[in-house]
Ligand binder design. Structure first.
Ligand SMILES: [Zn+2]
Length: 500
């Protein structure tokens, strides 16, 4: 695997000369980095900040690179409609030049990602993602960009956790993060790179210390954990911009080639800034594009489809720790649509974080805001033992508000969170009968949980009655459930009892 990767990274190194202002030695490089940006609302402000920073940098003869650290095309309300095409358009308009793949790039399947990559004017790069053993279609390997004789190496990496965080097809593989960094950085170094930057979607756990453990890497521009963070201790150097375009992470590297003992060597010094976008005036052209998308979305989704007779609770703390009305609605709708015995809906799949008062007029938009991932509902055959394991797993992260918490239909359970993980589930009833470990039940759940997402590995390998491609959209099932009833009242009725 390792030698194979080396070969293909070498083969894919692209060398480009960047047109820019005529800078005298030394080189000043301004890196404007954005990551975890999948919601369009901030695009006008992001465009405004990037344009201003570029203008200022170029006025003083600096070179500029605008980079993206992954998670662009999903999830959002609009992505549920156009599969992320609007974010590609906006990323182009704000000036992104190079991007690495985030786990959310794989939310909508391989074919959607191929289409989005193909329509991107900017360059997607990766050194650890493959499809059927080849580079992902349209995604390039390491780049070397020549800036007045300074060669800047650029490498893309993605967290291997994407395998279970998103929905990549069976042919997609994520090679080891650090090994891939080592081989790709070595490759660009051998081709003369003076300074090597990793565009990473790895989160702090993978990115911290990379410049220390892989000597050829100088800077990591990161993403995935949604933290706005700058780390520099003389050797470790990472920067990322938070999420949703709140900040631009600006890293300035001033480099010079000096003669030491008859050999030319590179010296450089960094400086950092997080440039906030909140108070800037949006760039009008990009903002107009956002407004156009928003209007189109509203037209499509704004119609009332029914109303609720009870408060609908999707508050994050509630949906991840207790039975809630909206959790019951989602679980009931998916169970009804599939005819399954039972249903499990992971609390983390419900995202609106809102308490809607009784009498609320329900629109498609509201449902899609709550269920933004475009999940389909799968139907599996599972044993009672698997169900029990799933519930134990579901309540195992309750202290940290983990999204795995199970909202249910067709069953009830009680648990004691004061007990150790794995021993918390007490009584489980399926349609008023005790759960039988050896009995087979049909289960409806979203394709994410059903394929092992959120740690529900116990469902992998189950007999699949309706797979993710055949299953209906979960949001559509909820919309249909509401439309059929006109008024819904998914009362909290003792399905989940916490005894501690
Ligand atoms: Zn991510």
């Amino acid at each position: 695997m390792f030698s194979f990767l080396r070969t293909f990274t070498f083969a894919l190194v692209a060398v480009a000369a960047l047109a820019g202002p005529a800078a005298a030695e030394p080189l000043k490089l301004v890196l404007l980095h954005l990551n975890d940006w999948d919601k369009m609302e901030s695009a006008g402000k992001v465009a405004s900040v990037i344009a201003a920073e570029k203008k200022a940098a170029e006025a003083e003869g600096a070179f500029v690179l605008v980079t993206f650290g992954g998670d662009l095309i999903s999830p959002s309300l609009m992505s549920g409609i156009d599969k992320g095409a609007h974010m590609i358009e906006l990323a182009e308009q704000v000036g992104i030049q190079y991007a690495t793949l985030g786990n959310h790039e794989f939310d909508l399947g391989d074919e959607v990602l191929k289409a989005r990559v193909a329509e991107s004017d900017f360059t997607w790069i990766s050194s650890n993602v493959t499809l059927d053993g080849n580079p992902f279609p349209g995604v390039e390997g390491p780049q070397i960009i020549d800036m007045n004789g300074y060669k800047i190496g650029l490498i893309g990496l993605t967290t291997p956790d994407t395998t279970f965080l998103a929905s990549p097809g069976p042919g997609v593989a994520f090679a080891d993060y650090t090994e891939s960094a080592t081989s790709a950085a070595g490759a660009v170094k051998e081709l003369g790179a003076d300074f090597v930057i990793v565009l990473s979607h790895g989160g702090e756990s993978l990115e911290r210390g990379l410049t220390r453990s892989v000597k050829d890497v100088d800077l990591v521009l990161g993403g995935h954990d949604h933290l706005a963070r700058i780390v520099y201790d003389g050797r470790d150097m990472t920067a990322s911009s938070g999420s949703q375009g709140e900040f631009i992470a600006k890293t300035v590297i001033v480099m010079d080639k000096v003669e030491k003992r008859g050999k030319m060597s590179l010296v450089w010094s960094p400086s950092f800034d997080l440039v906030a976008t909140a108070d800037v005036t949006p760039e009008p052209t990009v903002q107009a594009q956002v407004d156009e998308y928003t209007a189109a979305l509203d037209r499509e989704l704004g119609q009332v489809i029914g109303s609720s007779g009870v408060d609908l609770d999707t508050r994050r703390a509630a949906i991840r720790s207790q039975e809630t009305t909206f959790g019951n609605l989602v679980a009931d709708a998916s169970r009804e649509a599939t005819g399954a015995d039972i249903a499990i809906a992971n609390g983390g799949g419900i995202r609106g974080d809102t308490l809607y008062p009784a009498g609320t007029q329900i629109t498609r938009k509201m449902v899609l805001t709550e269920l933004p991932f475009g999940n389909t509902t799968v139907k599996l055959e599972v044993t009672g033992k698997q169900v029990r394991e799933a519930l134990e797993h579901g309540v195992s992260g309750i202290e940290d508000g983990q999204g795995r918490f199970p909202q249910v239909s067709g069953m009830t359970y009680s648990f004691d969170a004061s007990k150790p993980v794995g021993q918390r589930i007490l009584q489980v009833l399926v349609h008023d009968q005790p759960l039988d470990d050896n009995k087979v039940y049909t289960l409806a759940t979203n394709d994410y949980v059903g394929t092992g997402g959120d740690g529900y590995g116990m469902f992998k390998g189950s007999k699949v009655l309706v797979d993710k491609d055949a299953g209906g959209l979960l949001a559509t099932q909820v919309i249909d459930y509401v439309i059929q009833r006109s008024t819904i009242s998914p009362t909290v009725n003792g399905r989940i009892k916490r005894v501690d």
